[in-house]
Design a binder for this molecule. Structure first.
Ligand code: BV8
Length: 224
């Protein structure tokens, strides 16, 4: 049984990581255009660094929840027959026991050098414009896919969906593309699809089945 699981901010919500579009979403106090676009970064790199430096530092205060742990157990059973694709930039899937996770929107714990193009594991801040460990130039930016930028791993994601027997979406509003379109790709291939989300997502009508409730409750029940 080959499964593709897509996760969004809702899978980390019970770990205390704010989601984007709930009342207390991350974007409050910041317009998306100001903190999650290349133009916003070029206009005010200090603001964007402060936004991502704070989120990177906050990782130390959160822990994987039962949904992350259940997906880690599922990967231990299915191995490479399970592909976890996440829109999230936290490391909670990895800390929950999953080892091969496709971070299509990048990762907080990675920095990307605009001078030499290399990417590095990064746990500190970027606001103080540190030198790139590769080329020595101080041109490191958050290794995050912003709006208008091409998500990572798209070929591997499409290949995994093409071979899947089941597509499961967990904790995403279905508001952002191309992730929101994956269920349509699965459906076009006749692949069964399941949505697990607190409430119906924007794309809920595309799914064969929907289970609404908390990921921390529903994902372990689905996995185990
Ligand atoms: C691109 C950065 C092209 C990291 C993010 C029409 C068609 C196709 C594209 C577009 C289009 N119109 C506009 C676009 C472009 C745009 C887009 O989709 N815009 C939207 C707003 C319409 N997309 C892009 O720009 C993408 N790139 O298209 O490139 C291209 C082609 C060639 C060459 C170059 C470029 C790039 C998109 C990535 C943007 N970066 N984040 C960061 O700062 O974190 S997006 C951001 O939204 C996060 O990554 C987040 O993961 C993602 C999606 O949000 P969700 O994860 O779903 O979170 P949300 O809060 O919305 O929902 C949470 C859900 O969980 C809710 O439903 C809630 O009910 C539920 N929930 C809450 N608690 C729980 C729960 N569920 C279960 N249990 C709980 N306890």
């Amino acid at each position: 049984m080959r499964i593709v699981v897509l996760t969004g901010a809702g899978v980390s919500a019970e770990s205390g990581v704010p989601t984007f579009r709930d009342a207390d979403g991350l974007w409050e106090g910041h317009r998306v255009e100001d903190v999650a676009t290349p133009e916003g970064y070029d206009a005010d790199p200090g603001l964007v660094h402060a936004f991502y430096d704070a989120r990177r530092a906050a990782l130390a205060d959160v822990a994987p929840n039962p949904a992350h742990l259940a997906l880690g157990r599922l990967e231990a059973v299915l191995g490479h027959d399970l592909t976890i694709v996440t829109q999230n930039v936290d490391d909670l899937h990895e800390r929950g026991g999953a080892h091969h996770v496709l971070h299509m929107h990048g990762e907080l714990l990675s920095a990307w050098c605009r001078a030499c193009g290399h990417r590095f594991r990064w746990e500190g801040t970027l606001a103080d414009r540190p030198a790139c460990p590769g080329c020595g130039v101080s041109e490191l930016r958050p290794d995050i896919v912003w709006f208008g930028e091409m998500p990572y791993e798209m070929d591997r994601i499409s290949a995994a969906i093409a071979e899947a027997d089941l597509f499961v979406s967990i904790g995403t509003s279905g508001a952002v593309y191309p992730a929101a379109g994956f269920v349509i790709e699965a459906r076009a291939r006749g692949i069964r699809s399941l949505e697990i989300n607190l409430e119906p997502s924007e794309g809920t009508h595309w799914f064969d089945e929907a289970r609404h409730g908390k990921a921390g409750d529903l994902v372990p029940r689905w996995v185990d």
